[in-house]
Design a protein around this ligand. Structure first.
Ligand SMILES: [Zn+2]
Length: 114
């Protein structure tokens, strides 16, 4: 198996996992089950609001990750995968293995962080 296939498999698996996580999160979101459990207990509203905003925060992180995964998959198909967006050099293999969605090489990612 060549490297492209390996990363494609890895990314597709990751994509599936993240999609599942988002699905599970939506099930946990109390906003979605409000109609079933109508409660007038004091304090419930703020619990619902708290939990809902927590779910939203986690979900937006996951969605951002999903966007990165999809972009990496696109790059794989167009042959751009593994190239640093900043300097155009090949991203280190070890780095891609750890973070398949990386779009910057180690040197550039350190520059960006600063
Ligand atoms: Zn670079």
């Amino acid at each position: 198996m060549n490297t492209i296939d390996k990363f494609k498999k890895l990314l597709l698996r990751q994509q599936k996992e993240v999609e599942k996580e988002i699905e599970d999160l939506e099930k946990d979101d109390p906003i979605n089950s409000l109609s079933m459990a109508e409660s007038s207990e004091p304090g419930t509203d703020s619990w619902v609001a708290d939990t809902h905003s927590r779910v939203l925060a986690v979900k937006s992180n996951l969605q951002m990750l999903l966007v990165r995964i999809r972009k990496s998959l696109q790059n794989l198909n167009s042959g751009k995968f593994g190239k640093c967006e900043n300097c155009g050099k090949l991203i280190e293999d070890e780095r891609l293995k750890a973070i398949p969605t990386a779009t910057l090489c180690i040197v550039c990612s350190k520059k960006v962080k600063k």
